[in-house]
Design a protein around this ligand. Structure first.
Ligand code: NAD
Ligand code: MG
Length: 396
């Protein structure tokens, strides 16, 4: 029996993780569940899974939440804040890191530093702190398994001893696939007017709002490019991004002998979650069989960087290295939040990120503090640029 902490249990990945865990009560016991502010959702999950701990990031809500649980006769202990998140992340055998954005960095690192089995959905933490994060994995002996469907697919297609460097293992290229999101075929002139709901209506995947917007701008694929470089010890030139609208192939690996291995399946995150939970064994995930005959065709196209300028920005940040990916990620988080709040046009997301990248000096982070200050400065600059844009619109 292994204990599992689910960081971000009320989100899209969190809920899918609990769905898989509920199918295997003989293998896994839920140790802790956590949320930011959604205390109603967390309450129902705690009543169902009876974890030892529940954590609310929002300290103001935690005391009321604890009373509500006690009134319901539930013995789960309530913690709060980042300290609570880090404590439960470090204490279970397995931690699912499924908080969205930079807020996931410290709790995910806490699980890594404790040498646990860490299932990484929170790609932003690896994008921000790549070298420090991977150094911490090497030092603690943590087992880091990718949940992002593409990286999980690549992991499944790589030789087992990929740590020595995938080129030494005969890998020539990684083909990182992405659907192209909801605006793959929308006339470019119409992109200026698209709404948050349109951006979040992904054709194949049901996900949280931030990653849904990232998929619509294809920044998600850009972040995934950086994530893949760290996870698979390789460089951006080895990774080619391919648009594959059906999301049936989740990525491919090409070897020097011409073999191309692909991982296929229905687009359902319970597959990579079950794979990583049980690795190196296999367990049932609840995902239905892929009906390859009804599927009939698989299409592929090259990504269009005029339509998706975020792809170019992310590749540039990957090549620059140092604090560039942290700056890119922070500017993106602020711009996406402003778009979701109706304060920024969809097409201006990439412009804000480009401006922040152009106005920021990039250094080599020596410590987490350096990463955090690059992140904070980029957030401030992005907010200033967005306010200036909003005011300029009012003047016109
Ligand atoms: P979501 O918005 O649905 O859920 C986010 C979770 O994090 C919620 O439980 C929320 O309460 C918690 N959270 C948000 N802000 C927080 C904060 N400041 N402090 C503590 N907790 C906080 O997001 P999601 O779609 O489940 O994505 C989670 C992560 O997984 C992201 O990094 C995303 O890129 C990655 N991911 C998601 C999918 C998917 O299919 N949804 C696929 C691949 C990767
Ligand atoms: Mg993905």
């Amino acid at each position: 029996m292994q204990s599992v902490t689910v960081l971000g249990s009320t989100g899209s990945i969190g809920v899918s993780t609990l769905d898989v865990l509920a199918r295997h009560p003989d293998r896994y016991a839920v140790y802790a569940l956590t949320a930011n502010t959604s205390s109603d959702d967390l309450f129902s999950q705690v009543i169902e899974f009876k974890p030892q701990f529940a954590v609310l990031r929002d300290e103001g809500l935690a005391a009321k939440f604890a009373k509500r649980l006690a009134d319901a006769g539930c013995a789960t202990e309530v913690l709060s804040g980042e300290k609570g998140l880090c404590a439960v992340a470090a204490a279970a055998d397995i931690t699912m890191a499924a908080i969205v954005g930079a807020a996931g960095l410290l709790p995910t690192l806490a699980a890594v530093e404790a040498g646990k089995k860490v299932l990484l959905a929170n790609k932003e933490s690896l994008v921000m702190a790549g070298q420090l994060f991977m150094d911490a994995v090497a030092k603690s002996g943590a087992i880091l398994l990718p949940i992002d469907s593409e990286h999980n697919a690549i992991f499944q297609c790589l030789p087992l001893a990929a740590d020595e460097g995938i080129k030494a293992q005969g890998v020539k290229r990684i083909l990182l696939t992405g659907s192209g999101g909801p605006f793959r075929a929308t006339p470019i002139a119409e992109l200026a007017k698209v709404t948050p709901d349109q951006a979040c209506a992904h054709p194949n995947w049901s996900m949280g709002r931030k990653i849904s917007v990232d998929s619509a701008t294809m920044m998600n694929k850009g972040l995934e490019l950086i994530e893949a470089c760290w996870l698979f010890h390789t460089d951006p030139a080895t990774i080619e991004i391919i648009v594959h609208p059906q999301s049936v192939i989740h990525s491919m690996v090409e070897y020097v002998d011409g073999s191309v291995l692909a991982q296929l399946g229905n687009p359902d995150m319970r597959t990579p979650i079950a794979h990583a939970l049980a690795w190196p064994e296999r367990i049932y995930s609840g995902v239905s069989s892929l009906d390859i005959i009804s599927q009939a065709r698989l299409d592929f196209e090259a990504p269009d960087e005029d339509r998706f300028p975020c792809l170019r920005l992310a590749r540039e940040a990957a090549i620059r290295g140092g604090t560039a990916p942290a700056v890119l990620n922070a500017a993106n988080e602020i711009a996406v939040a402003a778009f979701l709040d109706g304060e920024l046009a969809f097409v201006d997301i990439a412009k804000v990120i480009a401006d922040v990248m152009a106005q920021t000096s990039i250094g080599e982070p020596q410590s987490l503090r350096d990463v955090q200050s690059a992140d904070s400065e980029a957030r401030l600059l992005a907010s200033d640029i967005i306010s200036a844009k909003t005011q300029a619109q009012y003047v016109i």
